[in-house]
Write a protein that binds this ligand. Structure first.
Ligand code: NDP
Length: 283
């Protein structure tokens, strides 16, 4: 039996259509939600991501604003821009697109976004909220994956979940969200011994490594749910995930393809966090 494909566009469309009436209510009662995206310099991949975030805002009726300082900007100047956005009432969410140029102190920038406007969920206050399982914005990609598991009715409680990758934006928040849903969670990284053996124990395997097609048949328990977060661009421009597509099709019970799996969920959850922030500010 071939594995079930978990369709990120289907989940995204559901999330976005549930946001539309909430945005309409905000517009009628007050004003549309507002998102400011700060894009420093001209990183080509960042420009593509920002374009699709702004486009999705437009389609949903969320007010958006793009701020594009030059890549020679200093930390102090960028902090000044964020301070200005923090103070503006019509801006509910502020997103600083990564990566930042090397002269900019990324940690100071992330901390400068007001926690109530931190739609990426990266501010230490919101990381603390996540750890303590208190309400607050969650990092978009892992939150989108939880939505996908929920909407496909994939059980999480009591399951062995293995997350490969421990970054602040994917691996760690993913592990915590799975833990809060009562999975038994293992976090793996580049120093993990016997990675294939640990991955083979996973009922839910999340690959967030940035290593093209690294997860092969050796890593997959037959019937497992395999979530591929990886987005690796090959020299010919083709996008490949962290999971070997043939192995996963043959062995998994269900899996997210690349493209079309996890990718569409990240922007949907950014929109969701922005609408939630606006409701919090206005209602
Ligand atoms: P990082 O580079 O920040 O983290 C990668 C993690 O993978 C690290 O913890 C690293 O371990 C671990 N790792 C790398 N190689 C190995 C290995 N051989 N064995 C075990 N662990 C390994 O990446 P991100 O978390 O930011 O992103 C991961 C992937 O997800 C990327 O491909 C990125 O493009 C993609 N991504 C996709 C998104 C989407 O919307 N679909 C959103 C965000 C990211 P260590 O800590 O020891 O170095």
């Amino acid at each position: 039996m071939s594995a079930k494909i978990l369709d990120g566009k289907w989940v995204r469309d559901q999330i976005l259509s549930e946001l539309r009436p909430r945005i309409e209510r905000l517009k009628q009662a007050h004003r549309p939600p507002g998102l400011a995206v700060v894009l420093v310099g001209h990183d080509p991949a960042s420009e593509i991501y920002v374009r699709s975030k702004i486009k999705t805002c437009g389609e949903l009726g969320i007010y958006s604003e793009k701020v594009t300082p030059a890549d020679t900007i200093s930390t102090e100047e960028l902090l000044g821009i964020i301070e200005g956005l923090n103070e503006r009432d019509e801006i509910d969410g502020i997103l600083v697109q990564m990566p930042l140029p090397p002269q900019v102190d990324k940690q100071r920038v992330l901390v400068s976004v007001h926690p109530d406007k931190d739609v990426d969920g990266f501010h230490p206050v919101n990381v603390g909220n996540l750890v303590a399982n208190h309400p607050g914005p969650r990092a978009c990609t892992p939150a989108g994956i939880m939505e996908m598991l929920r909407r496909y009715e994939i059980p999480v409680a009591g399951k062995n979940a293995v997350v490969v990758g421990r970054s602040d934006i994917v691996g760690k928040p993913m592990a915590l969200l799975l833990l809060h849903q009562n999975a038994t969670v293992t976090i793996c990284h580049s120093k993990t011994a016997d990675l294939p053996g640990i991955c083979r124990r996973a009922d839910i395997l999340v690959a967030a490594m940035g290593r093209p097609a690294f997860i092969t048949a050796d890593f997959i328990q037959p019937g497992a749910t395999v979530i591929d977060v990886g987005m690796n661009r090959k020299p010919d421009g083709k996008l490949v995930g962290d999971v070997d597509p043939e192995a996963v099709q043959q062995l998994a019970g269900a899996y997210t393809p690349v493209p079309g799996g996890v990718g569409p969920l990240t922007i949907a959850m950014l929109m969701s966090n922005t609408v939630h922030a606006a409701e919090h500010h206005l209602c």
